[in-house]
Structure formats: structure tokens, C-alpha cells
Design a protein around this ligand. Structure first.
Ligand SMILES: Cc1cc2nc3c(=O)[nH]c(=O)nc-3n(C[C@H](O)[C@H](O)[C@H](O)COP(=O)(O)O)c2cc1C
Length: 217
């Protein structure tokens, strides 16, 4: 896969990975080399990414699951104009997992997989310096999207995960993340479990006119 449009369309959020299929380090390095080409304000390259696999990843997952067992973080409220889209994607994702809306226990189990990084062998944590602003988080996002596309091009799956940032203290402690960094999100990386129907979702997008305004008069 080398055409940009093909890669953009092929990328999707993967929510079940092959736990025992390791990610070759050379593929990860190639993808990171490409992601490092992302643009940033004054070329400060503000993205900071912590990657873990092996026993340290397992300890992180254990600590996150222990924290989640004491209670899930409250879902961050969204402005009303975005709420419908969240509901729609929730319906799609849980629907593909065969979970009915009223089945709270099944939803809880599915949600818990967030803190297992959806069983991905490589668990990432994306950070930015706490004194940088929103504009610099944009650069982190550009790095992240480039990384996810480069991983897709190499047959690897990924999922960005704000759910990981909800337990930032746990992540900070388990991965020795310095105080000056804000935890933005997690990033699960691995080979997708192709038999998991929710890995094949085609989530809809708005028409361009809903998000982009041309002023030409
Ligand atoms: C910053 C960010 C945070 C996200 N956090 C989560 C998360 O915590 N859990 C999850 O299952 N998906 C998460 N997602 C995935 C989105 O739900 C997904 O990108 C969106 O529904 C569009 O689907 P697609 O990625 O398959 O195209 C996140 C995506 C982004 C970009």
C-alpha cells in the first residue's frame, strides 16, 4: 500500500489486537522516522512518546485495570452540538461488538479493554510539555496522525486513546514520565485481530461543508 489516499482510507481505530504477534522493531522505527517529519510551530517538535512492551507494558496494564476496577472516570462532557456524533459512533462500535445499548455489564467489559490497550503488544503514551499551548498540541496531533498512517502502511494497526489520559497518574508512575509533561492520550500499536468485527468499521464523516467555510464573495 503506497498511495496516500489508500492509506488514509485503510486506517481505522483498532480495538482488538493479536496479543502474541510482536511488532517488529524495524517497522516501528521506520514509522517513527516518518512521523518525526511532522511540522511544528518553530520546529520545536513538541511530541513526546513513551512506548512500552514486554513486562513493563504488562505491569502498566495491571495497574490501569486495578485503577479502573475502583471506578471508571466520568466521561468528559461535550458541547451539545457534538453529543450526537459521540452517540452515533458509540452505537456503531458497541453494535459491531454485538453489545445491546441496555447491556451495561457487556459495555463495562468492552470499555475495560481500553486500559488493556486492546491487548496491543506495544502500548504508547503521548505527551506534551505542560507549559506549551493548544497550538503545540496541534503539532503533536500531526505527529500522531503521520505515525498512525505510517503504521497502517506497514500492516500495523493503532488506536489513539484518551481513556489512558484519564488515569494519567498511574501512567506517569509506571512509565516514569516526568512532571513537566502532560499526558494527552494513549496509543495502542500491534497487528489487528481481523476476526474482530469492530476492527472493520467505516465510521462516517461530515460533508466538507459542515466543517469548512469558503468565503469568496
Ligand atoms: C485523540 C483521540 C482519542 C481517542 N480516544 C479513544 C478512546 O479512548 N477509546 C476508543 O475506543 N477510541 C478512541 N479514539 C478513536 C475514535 O473513536 C475514532 O478515531 C473515531 O471514532 C473515528 O474512527 P476511526 O479512527 O476508525 O476512523 C480516539 C481518537 C482520537 C483521535
Amino acid at each position: 500500500m503506497s498511495d496516500l489516499a489508500d492509506v488514509v482510507h485503510a486506517r481505522r481505530s483498532i480495538r482488538m489486537f493479536l496479543r502474541d504477534k510482536p511488532v517488529p522493531r524495524e517497522l516501528l522505527t521506520e514509522a517513527l522516522e516518518l512521523a518525526m517529519r511532522a511540522p511544528s510551530n518553530s520546529n520545536i517538535q513538541p511530541w513526546r512518546l513513551f512506548l512500552t512492551s514486554g513486562p513493563r507494558r504488562d505491569r502498566l496494564v495491571e495497574a490501569l485495570l486495578a485503577q479502573a476496577s475502583r471506578g471508571f472516570p466520568a466521561t468528559v462532557g461535550l458541547p451539545e452540538s457534538f453529543a450526537d456524533l459521540r452517540r452515533e459512533v458509540g452505537k456503531m462500535v458497541y453494535g459491531a461488538m454485538g453489545i445491546a445499548r441496555e447491556d451495561r455489564e457487556a459495555r463495562r467489559i468492552a470499555q475495560l479493554r481500553n486500559w488493556e490497550f486492546f491487548r496491543a503488544p506495544v502500548a504508547g503514551v503521548v505527551c506534551v510539555h505542560r507549559n506549551l499551548g493548544a497550538v503545540d498540541s496541534m503539532s503533536v496531533g500531526m505527529f500522531l496522525q503521520t505515525l498512525m498512517l505510517a503504521l497502517t502502511e506497514r500492516g500495523l494497526g493503532s488506536c489513539a486513546q484518551v481513556s489512558i489520559a484519564h488515569f494519567a497518574d498511574v501512567v506517569r508512575e509506571e512509565l516514569d514520565i516526568p512532571e513537566e509533561l502532560t499526558v494527552l492520550c494513549g496509543l495502542a500499536i500491534g497487528y489487528p485481530d481481523e476476526d474482530f468485527p469492530a476492527n472493520h468499521l467505516d465510521t462516517p464523516r461530515n460533508p466538507i461543508a459542515a466543517n469548512v467555510v469558503f468565503r469568496e464573495d
